[in-house]
Design a protein around this ligand. Structure first.
Ligand code: ADP
Ligand code: MG
Length: 530
């Protein structure tokens, strides 16, 4: 074509024309190459092409992820709402309608490390059920043996009597193994029961509602201590339940045994909840005495924050879906945005949404156009995966790849890994910032110059960034005059119940056939004489 074109052109124009053609060809080549490269990079079928696409820049994904972001102003507003709800829960006039129940725990003395005795404890948390034997040596030293037992699904949703019989069977098995089934000694037992209970005394508490997947019949409004003691007596074992505590209270107590500045107990496990030390004159629902110390530990039951709709403006469609498919829709709004039982599920729903909109796992359909992955099934992405994915630093993504391969995504692309990690980070960061805002309310309210927050729960323990993200959010929210720090409480919820039971038993020796303090003293003198 170019030759024909040249023939029609006068001779003196040829050299300049050839130059133009050469330029034209060169330009076409360059443009062609550029277009080819551009196409390759943009091509939806080419995996290596998506390598350096940054999800921050992908509008669709970023829109989803930014719906999870909470700035300091939003958190301050949430703090304000939380404090109002707390006051409503504490006031006798508004307690009934209040969403956060703010139950007085009847625990008023914080341990100082001198407590002594041998005590048993049961810790029913939601996922784990543990039986513990605890020796308090009186020098801030605790010796502990424990065993984890399974609570079968059938016992979680069956008849209440069956659940308590199961707990007692486990207790008896443990005592047998530990040679504690001796006659003549009655062991005090502390029961950590981590469900909302209206406490009527240290050893009497009525369940107000089941949470965390439990829904046994004939337990709501019943005295849980009595149900447990009936099952113990039926089994005929030498145990007396001396105290029921919430796991938050247990955690606070166990931390305080080592670190007296502990004034908050926090749970970040299957569920989330917190307790703190409140002045008696702010507890309108308190019916007990006003002797020293004029304080009581309040079990907030903060998981229910938002159940009146006050958090709706920050909830996403994924939160709504998690709620609707739970066994307690409309309840535990705050908990469902924070805790281990729900975090993996929120991540799963986001991944599923992106997958269905063809923004993730491209090229992973089979010949029928289907994906074979548990991402389609409820519970198909565990919260522990969130921790694993976030453990990856840098661009290798070895853990993320392992998790994705575990859920059937073979050879995930670099981008798949980046996006999944981005989602996990934002979901867990939102949870940490919300929990941090809750803690900031408590620290500002108590007004103590230094506060230690005792924490228990697998989410806090194993997630690589949860603590850091909570601390960061709190830095902008806690009054600058107050210092705070976290203390991981090993087995705190169980140990704390034992501590409370030990103190209760010592204060009421008629509770026991033989004072367990003597057991400790006997063993100590035996050891000394050896
Ligand atoms: P419980 O709530 O029964 O006292 P845990 O404190 O052990 O028990 O919490 C169990 C919950 O912690 C599980 O529901 C799970 O969601 C979450 N979890 C378990 N392992 C991890 C992990 N590695 N990272 C984050 N969360 C985890
Ligand atoms: Mg627990």
């Amino acid at each position: 074509m170019s030759l024909v074109f040249v023939e029609t052109i006068p001779y003196n124009s040829i050299s300049s024309l050839l130059r133009k053609v050469a330029y034209g060809l060169a330009t076409t080549c360059v443009l062609g190459t550029a277009v080819y490269i551009g196409y390759s990079v943009a091509s939806p079928d080419n995996h290596s092409s998506k390598r350096y696409r940054n999800p921050e820049l992908n509008d669709e994904i970023e829109k989803v992820v930014s719906s999870l972001k909470l700035n300091d102003e939003q958190l301050k507003h949430i703090m304000h709402c939380l404090e109002e709800e707390m006051n409503a829960g504490l006031s006798s006039e508004t307690h009934k309608q209040a969403t956060i129940k703010m139950f007085p725990s009847f625990v008023r003395h914080i341990p100082d490390g001198t407590e002594r005795g041998q005590v048993l404890a049961l810790d029913l948390g939601g996922t784990n059920f543990r039986v513990l034997s605890i020796k308090l040596r009186g020098n801030s030293h605790i010796e502990l043996t424990s065993k984890i037992f399974l609570v079968p699904q059938s016992a979680m949703i069956g008849d209440g009597k069956r659940l308590f019989r199961h707990l007692v069977e486990c207790l008896a098995e443990f005592m047998k193994k530990e040679h504690l089934l001796q006659s003549g000694i009655c062991y005090p037992l502390g029961f950590t029961f981590s469900f909302p209970c209206k406490q009527e005394s240290l050893a009497s508490a009525r369940l107000t509602t089941w949470t965390k997947g439990f829904s046994c019949a004939d337990v709501i409004n019943e005295d849980v201590v009595k149900l447990l003691q009936d099952a113990i007596d039926e089994k005929g074992i030498n145990v007396k339940c001396a105290a029921l505590v919430n796991d938050t209270v247990g955690t606070l107590m166990a931390c305080a045994y080592k670190e007296p500045a502990t004034s908050i107990g926090l749970i970040l496990g299957t569920g989330t909840n917190a307790c703190y030390i409140e002045d008696l004159d702010k507890v309108g629902t308190w019916n007990g005495d006003h002797d020293e110390p004029k304080q009581v530990i309040i079990n907030m039951e903060w998981g229910a924050f938002g159940d009146n709709g006050c958090l709706n403006h920050i909830r996403t469609k994924y939160d709504e879906e998690v709620d609707l498919s739970s066994i307690n829709p409309g309840q535990q709004t705050f908990e469902k945005m924070i805790s281990g039982m729900y975090m993996g599920e929120i991540v799963r729903l986001i991944i599923l949404d992106l997958l269905q909109r063809e923004l993730l796992f491209l090229g992973h359909r089979d010949t029928y156009g289907d994906y074979k992955t548990p991402i389609y099934n409820r519970g198909g992405f565990y919260t522990k995966f969130v921790s694993t994915v976030e453990t990856d630093e840098g661009i290798k993504f070895s853990n993320t790849r392992r998790v994705l391969e575990d859920i059937g995504i073979r050879n995930p692309t670099f981008d798949d890994c980046v996006i999944v990690q981005h989602i996990c980070r934002q979901v867990s960061k939102r949870a940490a910032r919300l929990a941090g805002a809750g803690l900031a309310v408590l620290i500002n309210r108590m007004g103590k110059p230094t506060v230690t927050i005792g924490v228990d729960g697998s989410l806090y323990r194993y997630h690589p960034r949860f603590k850091r993200n909570m601390e960061r959010s709190m830095e902008g929210l806690v009054n600058k005059d107050f210092k705070f720090k976290f203390a991981l409480s090993d087995d705190g919820s169980g140990k704390g119940a034992a501590l409370v039971a030990c103190v209760a038993a010592h204060n009421a020796p008629e509770l026991l056939t033989k004072h367990t303090r003597e057991i400790i003293d006997d063993k100590t003198s035996e050891a000394n004489s050896d």
